[in-house]
Design a protein around this ligand. Sequence first.
Ligand SMILES: *Cc1c(COP(=O)(O)O)cnc(C)c1O
Length: 495
Amino acid sequence: MDASVHSTFASRYVRTSLPRFKMGENSIPKEAAYQIINDELMLDGNPRLNLASFVTTWMEPECDKLIMASINKNYVDMDEYPVTTELQNRCVNMIAHLFNAPLEDSEPAVGVGTVGSSEAIMLAGLAFKRKWQNRRKSEGKSCENPNIVTGANVQVCWEKFARYFEVELKEVKLRDGYYVMDPEKAAEMVDENTICVAAILGSTLNGEFEDVKRLNDLLVEKNAETGWDTPIHVDAASGGFIAPFLYPELVWDFRLSLVKSINVSGHKYGLVYAGIGWIIWRSKEDLPEELIFHINYLGADQPTFTLNFSKGSSQVIAQYYQLIRLGYEGYRNVMENCRDNMMVLKDGLEKTERFEIVSKDEGVPLVAFTLKDHNNFNEFQISDMLKRHGWIIPAYTMPPDAEHVTVLRVVIREDFSRTFAERLVIDITRVIHELDLVPSRVVSTNTITVTGGEEDADNDGTVTIANQSVLETQRKITTAWKKFVMNRKKTNGVC
Ligand SMILES: *Cc1c(COP(=O)(O)O)cnc(C)c1O
């Protein structure tokens, strides 16, 4: 293959080919560069129709303006940009209050803005690991084998944390019809080396909230019995900006004594474009001092605890915009609207009578659903066919021990309107009708051969239908499918 790409269209400006592996020797005009890149990007999906992602794809034009105005500001230059730093601190305070951190009215909260929940989770995990090590050392015990207990439904960033920072990940397995961490089983798995139990508020797979209160009760009991001090982290990447507005009575946050830190993605239901997350600690005592770097800018002590150094300021400013612009009322409106549109979609899918809904009404506004009947086609085919209508809807298999279940998932974001919900139901219905008409592979491989007469080998005069029964074939295909799915690594294309 040629190592470069030709662009006919840009020949108005340039006639050289575009480099793919090595930088070109010469410059090209800016108009050509723009045109070529802009054109190639047209082949990407439309972010607004990307229903696979929780991440924000629409903000108000006023906020877009603020973002563009600060696009050249490096967040880390805190001495140059003290106001930006101040805005991040205000965000930390507001979010900590939203999560009911035990703070006095004007007491500064403990937390930091991150690139996303992934960085936030690395920081939280490190704090737990260090606290556990310090405690073990002071007791003269081994710090060799730290572990963390989660459900098998955790987002991949927990697996990353475990591998990068050498902590064993102990996963509570799922089961048919129960797709979140069972708090009883999690508490059972805890041992003296457990640095924390991570609960998820809004499982990535089906949006369900895990029962953090039950987990807290169980661990309080276990800690009292054993003398351990196992804390809880809540991964509220998607649910952190939903629960406080839709379910204020739900007790999942710092109101629970063992919840020591919470992360949330500003770029999910915090309603900011990709690139921001938050980690909040219950109190100063929960963030070991030795992990904080003190940078002395112009004589002012600026404590930092992040994995990277430079990053953009735009998302921090955009988060502050959303928090003050929307307030409780605005966030509640957006979340209620998302929930209403989720119900429209869910009801529409139920009416087709072809799907079983595996998401819950209470949780992240998404609809996760699976086919009732897999005889003629599967969820991957539906996902594929929907692309032709412009919709990006992922299909994926559940983690162990529910890997034989495949679901389709539609995330409802602020910019997914009721019209979209209704339109999507129409398109999904159309797609299943189209698939109904396609002779499926299951049926076409099930050729019927009739033996007997001249071909009747044992010549007993009976005509036997030597084909496998339809049921048998289906069973074989299901087994093969399960094998295929179980041999695959965890590659959920969902975020
Ligand atoms: C999205 C998500 C993450 C990762 O968050 P990013 O902000 O994309 O880094 C972690 N945990 C859960 C539960 C999530 O939904």
